[in-house]
Design a protein around this ligand. Sequence first.
Ligand code: CDP
Length: 241
Amino acid sequence: MKQVDLLYTGKAKSVYRTDDPEVYIMKFRDDITAFDGEKKDTLGGKGSYNAEVSSFFFRYLEENGIETHYLGSIEPATFAVRNLEMIPLEVIVRNVAAGSIVRKYPFKEGDRLDPPVIVIDYKSDAHHDPMLNDDLIYALDLVTPEELDQIKAMALTVNDVLSEYLDARGIILVDFKLEFGKYNGKIVVGDEISMDSMRLWDKETRASLDKDVYRFNKGDVMETYAGVAKRILSPPREESA
Ligand code: CDP
């Protein structure tokens, strides 16, 4: 399989076509953005930490029976994925109140959300990713009710699997965003699962271990990404102690 031409450039990733029409290559760049692209920087090494963590989580989800677009690692910041027909939804699962949900609703930062809250945004830069509800999703003809049920169920399963994994490493999965796409009519998890798409807090100190460090100038972003990637890729604390 050979990389051919650039298909798409996002805020932090580029997608390339290959000589196999079923396979794309996803490259995680060192660019980081926040606040709808208003804050921008390039941080050397960031792409490979996010790609490494994403690759790991995709493999882990597959081991746990959840299908994803992941096919295999190529280089530290690059992996191969299936060519999906993407669904323009940003499916956010929240276990603890933080970020926009605290700004928009009377939650206090740190409130436990049990059962988890699913929020779905419309993935559209032109419309600034507005929040959807089920009726809007059907009116926009984005997915069928059966597909939406399946997407929500998959998002909650991913949440259970990742929350438990991270908890064993002293990390709280506060919230995260998933994107889905279709492959041969089947809905699978696409995009990335990285420090840019999750909110992670240290269980003991509640310190941010994710893109909030960049958004709100909470410390050294690369040191945080390197540290949390190492924790994620290591055995549980009990075993490693
Ligand atoms: O706080 P903010 O407005 O940035 O976003 P949020 O709606 O509170 O985001 C919830 C979670 O989804 C966070 O972990 C974000 O990093 C992630 N997210 C993302 O990865 N991409 C987006 N376009 C929006 C949210």
